[in-house]
Design a protein around this ligand. Structure first.
Ligand code: 13P
Ligand code: SF4
Length: 329
């Protein structure tokens, strides 16, 4: 696509914002897509919802909301747009569809999966319920609609502890993230029956790496996502969802910070916090990185990648997500 003078002028304010993290040589490649996507959004009454792990040109260039999984689910339930494009992974697009079944929800790449989501099926949950009759099932939002349909209540990393406590029971089945289950168990006296799923991004961090970074960077604040192993969380100064981590940086303005999570987060947050120095761990989510500007444009233009689910699954799965949003953050 051509980088015309008109496009340069129209997109310059966006480039000025992200120039700290995006080399100038790359802008003529991204700008025509950003310009066309933003134009098409208006013409089609569409919105782009983006997860915090998307690259800066998506996060700052075309997203109407960039947020964590909980906020994306809530926004999907409220929007008046006719089309929702999910710049994120498959379970996020499915959740948006559950929250707004009459809207068209598009995912720019159907192969944008998630190692947690693919670790468990609806059938697995049915077997667990047979094994532990009467024990409520709490599922991380990083699951398929089939799993959500077998679930009593969903949670995200922003509210997992609150959701589990809200049930007022002594024992819960918590799936599929084994590390998030351990994080919840450490903050409650509720017995947790966990599943052995892990996130391919967060399982790679280890305590030695964290301690070494702390030693080499006196005064640094290290903030971790609760999908990390417990020793990593214990070695960190704070743990929270992606939006929780962003708020921590915004409110505390540490001189130096390391966000122990997906790589693009640091770039996105650096743009809005110029006085904070970021030590960047570089673990990329291969699924999140399947989403690109050309794929967003293609799916918006041709309305491809539509999320289609049978009405029965939608009805059953939606209840577990609505119960979660009622409890809140
Ligand atoms: P949150 O944005 O809800 O913290 O989730 C992190 C994640 O891994 C999403 O895939
Ligand atoms: Fe799934 Fe982890 Fe990627 Fe999030 S970062 S989509 S949890 S694999």
């Amino acid at each position: 696509m051509e980088f015309t003078t008109e496009i340069k002028k129209a997109t310059d304010p966006i480039y000025q914002k992200i120039s700290k993290v995006l080399p100038e040589i790359e802008w003529p490649v991204h700008a025509p897509y950003i310009h066309k996507i933003n134009k098409l959004k208006k013409e089609k009454n569409a919105i782009v919802l983006a997860h915090n792990y998307q690259t800066p040109e998506i996060y700052h260039g075309v997203a109407d909301l960039a947020a964590d999984s909980l906020a994306l689910a809530v926004e999907a339930s409220k929007t008046s747009a006719d089309i929702i494009v999910m710049a994120g992974v498959h379970f996020m697009a499915e959740t948006a569809k559950l929250m707004n079944p009459h809207k068209k929800v598009l995912l720019p790449d159907m192969n944008a999966g998630c190692s947690l989501s693919s670790s468990i099926t609806g059938k697995d949950v049915r077997l667990l319920k047979e094994k532990y009759p009467g024990v409520p099932v709490v599922s991380y939002v990083n699951t398929s609609a089939d799993v959500k349909a077998e679930t009593d209540i969903c949670c995200t990393s922003a509210n997992a502890v609150k959701i589990v406590k809200s049930l007022g029971v002594k024992k819960v089945i918590f799936l599929p993230d084994d590390y998030l289950a351990k994080y919840v168990a450490a903050q409650t006296d509720i017995e947790i029956i966990a599943w052995k799923g892990t996130c391919v991004v967060h399982e790679q961090f280890n305590e030695n790496e964290i301690n070494q970074i702390r030693k080499n960077n006196p005064g640094i604040k290290i903030i971790a996502h609760p999908e990390c192993p417990p020793d990593v969380i214990n070695a960190s100064d704070f743990a929270g969802s992606t939006t929780g981590m962003i708020k921590y940086v915004e409110e505390n303005q540490p001189k130096k910070v390391m966000m122990v999570t997906e790589c693009s987060m640091s770039d996105n947050v650096k743009i809005d916090n110029p006085n904070v120095e970021f030590i960047r761990p570089c673990n990329l989510c291969p699924y999140m990185k399947k989403i690109t500007l050309p794929k967003i444009l293609d799916c918006l233009e041709n309305e491809t990648g539509e999320i289609i689910m049978d009405p029965e699954t939608i009805e059953k799965a939606r209840i577990s997500v609505e119960r979660m949003t009622a409890v809140g953050r």
